[in-house]
Design a protein around this ligand. Structure first.
Ligand SMILES: Nc1nc2c(ncn2[C@@H]2O[C@H](COP(=O)(O)OP(=O)(O)O)[C@@H](O)[C@H]2O)c(=O)[nH]1
Ligand SMILES: [Mg+2]
Length: 252
């Protein structure tokens, strides 16, 4: 079994992932200790399955929120408790098997070598990836590059990343947004503004068909509107910070 880290944990926000969740958590546990899951008001039985698993696995910790509040809320809940327990960094990943668990040690090693940085997954898509999601990403990445004056973000949306916990909590306390699917892109842009350097590592993303147990809670209209509103306010934040960002570019 892998040694228990006292600084870096794997944090999995989870909402109704269905039957993929146990395999995902076990695969993460095979790579890292500890793994924490935040069950965010799920109604698919996953709180019970995971709590039973945690009863026999001391490396797994399950936090259960009674009501669904969104991915960003769940991450904030998890990192707040992790900080209280002395952790400094969290690798976030999805609960539905889409992310490459075998890369957890590489991402953690990159973070241990550069604790001030954030380590970002750069998605490598298979042929099964939906075209609209790949295109939507390009758009979001274009905005993120502009909002940070090309500070080096490889991908704005991929949720497989290692965050330094203290700066992320600070950034999240500074805004009432980034609590749902706007969490990943807003976190990366705001952390860049706060001076955290991105390190990008290529990592494959898997898309499963419904027959394979694939589920997505991304709703095209609702969440694209959420992301458009997010980039509108980030653009306003960018304009305000333009002198600072230009100054940084000159010094680079
Ligand atoms: N905590 C929490 N996690 C969520 C919520 N919605 C989605 N997630 C998690 O965020 C990850 C990505 O969500 P998913 O629905 O798979 O979206 P997609 O992969 O972008 O299609 C998965 O691990 C979900 O379980 C939510 O409301 N709360
Ligand atoms: Mg998913």
């Amino acid at each position: 079994m892998n040694p228990r880290s006292t600084t870096h944990l794997v944090l999995i926000p989870s909402f109704n992932p269905g039957r993929k969740v146990l395999a995902t958590v076990r695969a993460a546990r095979a790579q890292w200790t500890p793994v924490w899951v935040v069950v965010d008001g799920s109604t698919d039985g996953s709180a019970e399955w995971l709590s039973a698993e945690a009863a026999t696995d001391p490396g797994l910790h399950v936090l259960v929120l009674p009501q669904n509040q969104g991915k960003g809320w769940a991450v904030l809940h998890g990192i707040t408790q992790a900080a209280q327990a002395g952790f400094t960094h969290a690798l976030t990943m999805d609960s539905d098997g889409q992310h490459p668990e075998t890369l957890i040690p590489d991402f953690m090693a990159a973070s241990l070598a550069a604790p001030d940085a954030m380590v970002l997954g750069k998605p490598v898509f298979g042929p099964e990836a939906p075209w609209v999601r790949v295109m939507g990403r390009k758009l979001s990445n274009g905005w993120a590059h502009l909002e940070t004056l090309s500070f080096g973000i490889g991908d704005s949306l991929y949720g497989f990343r290692v965050y330094p916990i203290a700066p992320l909590i600070k950034v999240m306390h500074g805004t009432r947004f980034m609590r749902r699917f706007d969490f990943d892109p807003e976190a990366v842009v705001r952390l860049c503004w706060a001076g955290a350097r991105p390190i990008n590592i290529a990592a494959p993303v898997r898309y499963f068909s419904p027959q394979e147990g694939g589920v997505s809670h991304f709703k095209y209209l609702r969440d694209n509107l959420l992301l458009s509103w997010m980039h509108t306010r980030l653009f306003a934040g960018f304009v305000l910070r333009l002198p600072l960002l230009l100054w940084r570019r000159l010094l680079k």
